[in-house]
Design a binder for this molecule. Structure first.
Ligand code: CA
Length: 223
């Protein structure tokens, strides 16, 4: 899962990015409204954290531009405590949720998890597919109750496929959601990660759809 953080307070931006990375997300950072707008307009993110008070272009304008261009990415806005009107303007502009400053980064993390999960149509923090359980809260996966020892890339790959259960996901899409913008991307590495993941899981869950990508089939009988 790939997140964009748009926040001009350098320390706060770094703190958010570090916390998100520790939780297994890939993070791009922008420090003003124009840069943030450009990235959100051109890169595929699973969620965006957007400060409202930004230089160059304010957060509400950034959000309005994304929404009028048809970008439906979940957006969490950050607002100042004494600026209740920013919340109203942000929500009216298309924000999905907000957090008021000062906040605990854990709260932002929990809200981002919920936004990503809801956008993918899952209401619980645990995504289950047959014997495999993905706990988005602890960033862990288990097969028949045994915790898998996954690298961050393997976890991101499994998490993305499980969030998009039933859909064919191309290698390009996986690369775009597993690496940040500065990474030297090579979609051939995906095949290697899929191979390792299959071996570690020991169950036949990830299906190769020839010429198109990969898919985790949704269980036929939902529980
Ligand atoms: Ca600010």
């Amino acid at each position: 899962m790939r997140i964009l953080v748009v926040e001009d307070d350098v320390n706060l931006n770094r703190q958010l990015a570090d916390t998100l990375k520790e939780a297994g997300y890939v993070v791009d950072q922008a420090f003003d409204g124009e840069e943030g707008h450009f990235l959100g307009d051109t890169e595929p993110y699973d969620a965006i954290i957007l400060d409202i008070g930004l230089p160059e272009m304010d957060g509400v304008t950034v959000l309005e531009k994304w929404r009028s261009a048809g970008r439906g990415v979940p957006v969490l806005i950050l607002t100042a405590r004494d600026r209740w009107s920013d919340k109203v303007a942000g929500i009216d502009a298309g924000a999905d949720d907000y957090v008021t400053k000062p906040f605990h980064v854990e709260e932002v993390l929990a809200r981002i998890r919920a936004l990503i999960r809801r956008a993918a149509g899952h209401s619980s923090s645990e995504i289950i597919c047959g014997p495999v359980r993905l706990d988005t809260k602890s960033s862990k996966a288990t097969v028949n109750g045994t915790t898998l020892k996954l690298t961050s890339h393997e976890y991101r790959l499994l998490a993305y496929l499980m969030h998009h259960m039933g859909e064919v996901v191309s290698r390009t899409e996986l690369v775009e959601h597993m690496y940040d913008q500065d990474f030297d991307r090579d979609s051939n590495t995906i095949e290697v990660f899929v191979g390792r993941l299959r071996k570690k899981m020991g169950v036949d869950l990830i299906e190769t759809v020839r010429g198109l990508g990969y898919r985790i089939q949704a269980p036929k009988h939902a529980n």
